[in-house]
Each structure stands twice: as structure tokens, then as C-alpha cells.
Design a protein around this ligand. Structure first.
Ligand code: CP
Length: 325
């Protein structure tokens, strides 16, 4: 990144929606890091006194299962004193045949200023953003992107390693291991982390490797042991069984031995190196229990930082939209 300065916090976000990490300017990223850090330091009483988003209605529409993203957006919005309108797709008029676009348009007409949407169709968040006036936040679209996850992952590393504001992730070696083919988290991270200065290496089973990996600024190695050698961070990916139409099958134990983060592999990592995983974890498949629960695992820290980063995103987008009017 160039032109880095946390004074960018004063400038505000330049985007009105967030469907991809590629929309973000350097200043946008610094703005979000800076606000996530500030929100992490504020008590609930401080937040109540400021009432950043009082009077705003945030829509939430999830077509795929979620624990972390769904709850952290909810908690983030409530900490900022926004109202959250959670529409249950299964009991909504979507079941009577109303389109997603008409549903979004009606949520906007009813007063929502932002809509957080998770959907199985790749590209749907951008499509919605181009068709409505309210802000759209991509909470995961098919196999495409999960931009808020990548932002919280990058923020977690920046905070954990206490890296300077002007360098962000410069000098960090990050190994991303597993199912890059189906993982939207991997795609957003492979776009964002190298841009912030990290050296990203990717490994996993050949049949689960993204076919256009060459279009990302990452290195690919065949062997997981080689990928984690000297890594500061090992980010394990969930095997996305729900996205596999029977073309791949891994017996659980076999996968862990071949491609998973076992304790013997963990012990070969440098003593300062940390573990990440976006969740949900397939324990005993891509990661051994005792590694997931180790003191050098940042997994629950990622979930916690998800609230602060999503507070920064909600606040930043609402403010950008207010400034536009
Ligand atoms: N990391 C993540 O997106 O988790 P959820 O599916 O639980 O939201």
C-alpha cells in the first residue's frame, strides 16, 4: 500500500456498498482499521453515549447458514444503537415468488439504509448494489467473495503482530491451506492480504485448488509442509462439503493426515507463528482439536474482531451515504 496514513480516518469511505475487497482504496482500508481499533477500545457505555447509528435501520437477509457473520453484524449494529430488521427468507414473501430484487427494493422503501445479504449466487451482492439505492454489504456470495471476513482477518493480524500503520501486513508470511476452489474467504483474502504487503503461499489438494490461482498475487506449492515452513500465520480453510457435487470425497482421517494441520505439523512451525480459521471448523478434518484450541490459535479472536470490523463497516458506509446526500 502507498500513501498510508491513519489521518485517512477523517476522510471517510469512498464507497457506498461493499461487495468486494477490490472496491476498497488504501484510504478506505486504513479508515476501517482505524475505526475497528477505536471501537475495540470503547465500552458499551461509551458507545451508548455516542449513539453513532441511532435511528438507522439495517436490513439482514441470509439465504445460507451463518453463526459468526449473522451474529456479529447484529451485535455490531446494536452496539451502534441501530435497529436491525432480520428478514427470515423462509417466512417472507420470497416463498410466494417475490424476487430478491423486489424484496430488497421493498426493504429500502420501508426505511432500511443498508442491507447485509448472504446468498448462494456468486455476484448477487454487486447486482443488487447496482439496482437499489440503499447500501448493500456482501456477507458471502456463493463461491465469490466474503469481503468483511477478509477485512477482519487482516485487522486481526495487524493488531496481533502490532504492525505499524504505514506497513500494515508488510513482511508477514501467510500460508493459506485447503479448499481454495470453493472458499469465498480464500478469494477475498488472496486479493486483500498481498495488497497489504503479505507474502501469501497457498497449498492444498490438487482437486480443491482454484483453477485461476495464477491471477492472484500468491505463490502455490504442492506440499503443505513446505507451505507452512517459516510461516508467521497458517490460515486453514474449511472443506466446503456443501459446495461439492460429489466430485470429491475425502475420508476424514485421510484428509487430516495429508492436508490438515496436525499437532506434529504445528510443532514444526516457528514458535511465534499463529493459527487462523474463518470458522466454522471441521474438527478432525482440516485441523486437529488440540491445534484449534491451542494458545496460539487466533480463531476466537477473529470472531471477536468481526464485531469491531463490522461496526467500522456499518458506521463508515452510513456516514459515506449521509455525506453523499
Ligand atoms: N466465517 C463465517 O462466515 O462464518 P459463518 O458462516 O458462521 O458466518
Amino acid at each position: 500500500m502507498q500513501n498510508s496514513s491513519v489521518s485517512s480516518e477523517e476522510n471517510g469511505l469512498k464507497i457506498q456498498h461493499l461487495w468486494s475487497v477490490e472496491q476498497l482504496s488504501d484510504d478506505d482500508i486504513l479508515f476501517l482499521f482505524s475505526w475497528a481499533k477505536q471501537f475495540s477500545l470503547m465500552s458499551n457505555q461509551d458507545l451508548a453515549n455516542k449513539s453513532f447509528l441511532r435511528g438507522e435501520f439495517i436490513g439482514s437477509l441470509f439465504f445460507e447458514n451463518s453463526t459468526r457473520t449473522y451474529l456479529s453484524f447484529y451485535i455490531a449494529a446494536r452496539k451502534l444503537l441501530a435497529e436491525v430488521v432480520q428478514l427470515d427468507a423462509a417466512s417472507s414473501s420470497l416463498m410466494k415468488g417475490e424476487s430478491l430484487l423486489d424484496t430488497a427494493r421493498n426493504m429500502e422503501a420501508l426505511g432500511c439504509s443498508l442491507l447485509v445479504v448472504r446468498h448462494h449466487e456468486s455476484g448477487i451482492a454487486e447486482k443488487l448494489a447496482r439496482a437499489v439505492n440503499m447500501g448493500i454489504i456482501n456477507a458471502g456470495d456463493g463461491e465469490n467473495e466474503h469481503p468483511t471476513q477478509a477485512l477482519l482477518d487482516a485487522f486481526t493480524l495487524w493488531h496481533h503482530f502490532a504492525l505499524p500503520e504505514k506497513k500494515l501486513l508488510h513482511g508477514l508470511k501467510i500460508a493459506i491451506i485447503g479448499d481454495t476452489k470453493h472458499s469465498r474467504v480464500a478469494k477475498s483474502n488472496m486479493r486483500l492480504l498481498p495488497r497489504l504487503g503479505a507474502d501469501v503461499v497457498v497449498a492444498g489438494p490438487a482437486s480443491l485448488m482454484l483453477s485461476d490461482l495464477h491471477s492472484y498475487q500468491v505463490r502455490h506449492v504442492e506440499n503443505i509442509d513446505e507451505a507452512i515452513l517459516g510461516a508467521d500465520v497458517v490460515m486453514m480453510l474449511r472443506i466446503q462439503q456443501e459446495r461439492m457435487s460429489g466430485e470429491v470425497f475425502f475420508a476424514k482421517n485421510n484428509y487430516l493426515e495429508q492436508f490438515g494441520l496436525t499437532m506434529p505439523r504445528f510443532l514444526k512451525m516457528p514458535p511465534h507463528a499463529v493459527i487462523m480459521h474463518p470458522g466454522p471448523i471441521n474438527r478432525g478434518v482440516e485441523i486437529a482439536d488440540e491445534v484449534a484450541d491451542h494458545g496460539r490459535s487466533l480463531i476466537l479472536g477473529q470472531a471477536k474482531n468481526g464485531v469491531f470490523m463490522r461496526m467500522a463497516i456499518l458506521h463508515g458506509l452510513i456516514r459515506a451515504r449521509q455525506q453523499k446526500v
